[in-house]
Design a protein around this ligand. Structure first.
Ligand code: MSP
Length: 629
């Protein structure tokens, strides 16, 4: 596992806008990936930065009434500080106005010019100022830029061109020979699609008369470089190309992470530029989709991606990271809304994760005296939980190979579901009442501690602050994936309660519901809300009255493989004995609640009418654990 080298870059961000949701999403994905690879013991180098030349930046500076450099300084600082605040672990931050970058751009231009790869020619074409590139007739939609939907400008001028066309066949062959060069596959196909049309030469300069704010061509000071020829080179200038030790060490392991809108420059221009300059290609291009802003009542105030990004301060960095990583299927677009964000925060973080951590640490403190006990022999439930952990570890590793953060997190949440059910099934609070069950209790408490220890490692790349709190709570040190092997938890470690890892957010009902919502009938919920309720068939194994209560029965039920306790308010209607052996329907994923001193893990469904209570039963026999919907 060790000794693998990984160099990952984000795009360098234009300094004509403040950091927003789209930038944050990409940088967070890159950060999670780098943290994961470090956790695995790999040598990792993570680069981000800012793209500061070009018309757009010059225009933004003019609008602000400052020089382009002063404007770039301000924005570059904002990006840098934003990433620090979010806990982004980049190793370097490159700015295209830095001398170290400009020198490399000029050296490569000079080299290509001398090699005859760059020539002077005339070109007329439809140009988009937003994209800083010409569009071919085929790409133009209704006379407009397909990206910006703004009118294109016809520009005819003498410029320098890179002989990109001559690399068309070579690039097609490279893509065919290296199926993993661009992923997900749809983007590889998209690039192969571009390459079915004749590839044009690439205009790489702008006359100074039109654009001042760029790097001068070393062989003609009346011209500056075209933005992509400048920007793409950051990936090697930051490493000290051609002689720097970092360049030599890292470039053979380079991977880029980009959004789908900049696929062509990265999938076509960059490889051909590298080829022409005699530089080995990067290893892999990883392409993500776009965040779109979903509607929704809570988020009606969110008009743009900058505001959406501000929610990271409102709800916490870990929660924001989690949502972005969990909600985007890598390569596809995803929709962001405050409601969906808060929904996941409550369900996945406050409930599944927060509750498990709080229950597990509380039980070790209350029933184990705050120390990890030495375990007795592992039984079936422990082996099953260990199996679930091992599956999650393998699934996360496979998912991360594909940048499939969503899949990786789903695997960890499966494990969490398992761990929560383990607590219900083993019921340490019951074991604690019986001295004869001390060894069993110790085994359960140790197993909870071990689950926490492993979660403190496995969650680290995704929710680093929460993972650190879990590790602190059980006194485990710096996380390493190799330590995750089950059994690593030493007895005797002292444990503290970790509560409130992710406080629940009270969702306020919108005060002025949209007219459409009212017409639809108050209280209607989307299908997705119902899908959160897990209804299952349970078989009653035992039933007894809850002492001192007229209404409550304590039921021990079997739900599939699992046994759990729940409390039902049917004692006035049903004799306990009459229920044993019956199959009922329960809500299986309710937070535990304590009623008259008995912890209830679920709710039995019953209809009631004027004092008559009628349990929901089944009109055909199906096994316990069956889903009800
Ligand atoms: N400066 C160029 C990149 C040069 S890389 C050598 C650039 N900058 S950008 O600031 O406009 O965009 C940077 C990245 O942000 C791109 O990968 C783009 O896909 C991403 N995003 C911008 N808006 C986005 C969303 N709404 N959603 C997801 N990512 C988006 O392009």
């Amino acid at each position: 596992m060790a000794d693998r080298t990984f160099y990952l870059t984000t795009p360098i961000y234009y300094v004509n806008s403040r950091p927003h949701l789209g930038h944050a999403g990409a940088t967070i994905m890159a950060d999670a990936m780098c943290r994961y690879r470090r956790l695995r013991g790999d040598r990792v180098y993570f680069l981000t930065g800012t793209d500061e030349h070009g018309d757009k930046m010059a225009q933004a500076a003019a609008a602000a009434g400052v020089t382009p450099q002063a404007h770039a300084d301000t924005y570059a600082a904002t990006f840098r500080e934003t990433w620090q605040r979010l806990g982004i672990t980049n190793d370097d931050f490159i700015r295209t106005t830095e001398p170290r970058h400009k020198a490399v751009v000029q050296a490569i231009l000079q080299k290509l010019h001398e090699a005859g790869e760059i020539y002077f020619g005339e070109y007329g074409g439809w140009y988009c100022y937003g994209c800083e590139r010409f569009y071919t007739e085929k790409e133009i939609v209704d006379g407009k830029c397909p990206d910006h939907q703004t009118p294109l400008v016809f520009i005819k001028e003498k410029n320098y061109f890179f002989k990109m066309s001559k690399y068309q066949d070579w690039l097609i062959k490279h893509l065919e020979d290296h199926p993993g060069f661009i992923q997900p596959e749809r983007y590889r196909n998209e690039v192969l699609g571009f390459l079915r049309e004749p590839l044009q030469d690439l205009s790489i300069s702008r006359p100074k008369a039109r654009l001042q704010w760029g790097i001068p061509l070393p062989f003609d000071d009346q011209y500056v470089t075209y933005v992509w020829f400048d920007a793409l080179i950051n990936y090697i200038s930051a490493l000290g190309y051609p002689d720097g030790a970092l360049y030599k060490e890292l470039w053979p392991h380079a991977e880029h992470l980009i959004g789908k809108d900049i696929l062509k420059p990265h999938g076509v221009y960059w490889p051909t530029m590298l080829k022409a300059a005699g530089i080995p290609l990067y290893q892999r291009l990883n392409v993500h989709g776009f965040w779109t802003l979903g509607g929704g009542k809570m988020s009606k105030s969110i008009g743009n991606v900058v505001e959406a990004f501000q929610l990271t301060d409102k709800y916490g960095h870990d929660a924001f990271r989690y949502f972005l990583l969990r909600e985007m299927n890598f390569g596809l677009d995803a929709s962001f809304s405050e409601e969906a964000f808060v929904g996941r925060l409550n369900a996945d973080l406050a409930n599944d994760l927060g509750n498990f951590v709080s229950r597990a640490t509380t039980m070790i403190v209350n029933f184990g005296g705050g120390r990890i006990p030495a375990p007795g022999a592992a039984g079936e439930p422990e082996l099953a939980l260990r199996g679930a952990l091992e599956r999650a570890v393998a699934d996360v590793d496979a998912a991360m190979e594909d940048f499939a953060f969503q899949r990786g997190l789903a695997a960890i949440w499966e494990l969490l579901g398992f761990a929560n059910r383990y607590v219900d099934a083993t019921a340490p609070w019951t074991l604690a009442k019986d001295l004869a069950k001390r060894e069993r209790l110790d085994t359960v408490l140790w197993t909870l501690g071990e689950s926490l220890r492993c979660l403190g490692i496995l969650l680290d790349p995704f929710v680093p602050e929460a993972a650190a709190k879990i590790r602190d709570g059980i006194g485990s040190g710096a996380p390493r994936l190799q330590d995750i092997a089950w059994g690593g938890l030493a007895a005797g470690l002292s444990v503290q309660k970790v509560a409130g890892l992710f406080p629940r957010i009270d969702v306020k009902v919108s005060e002025d519901p949209k007219p459409g919502a009212a017409a639809g009938g108050a209280g209607k919920i989307p299908m997705a809300d119902f899908a959160k309720v897990e209804l299952r068939v349970a078989e009653v194994l035992a039933a007894e009255r809850v002492p001192k209560s007229k209404k409550l029965l304590k039921l021990t039920v079997k739900v599939g493989e699992e046994t759990r306790t729940l409390v039902a308010g049917v004692a006035e209607q049903y004799e306990p004995e009459a229920l044993v052996g019956r199959k009922v329907v329960i809500v299986a994923n309710l937070e535990p609640a304590t009623l008259m001193g008995v912890e209830s893990n679920g709710m039995v469904l019953a209809a009631s009418h004027e004092g008559t209570v009628s349990l929901l039963t089944l009109d055909k026999d199906v096994p316990s654990g069956s889903k009800v919907n």
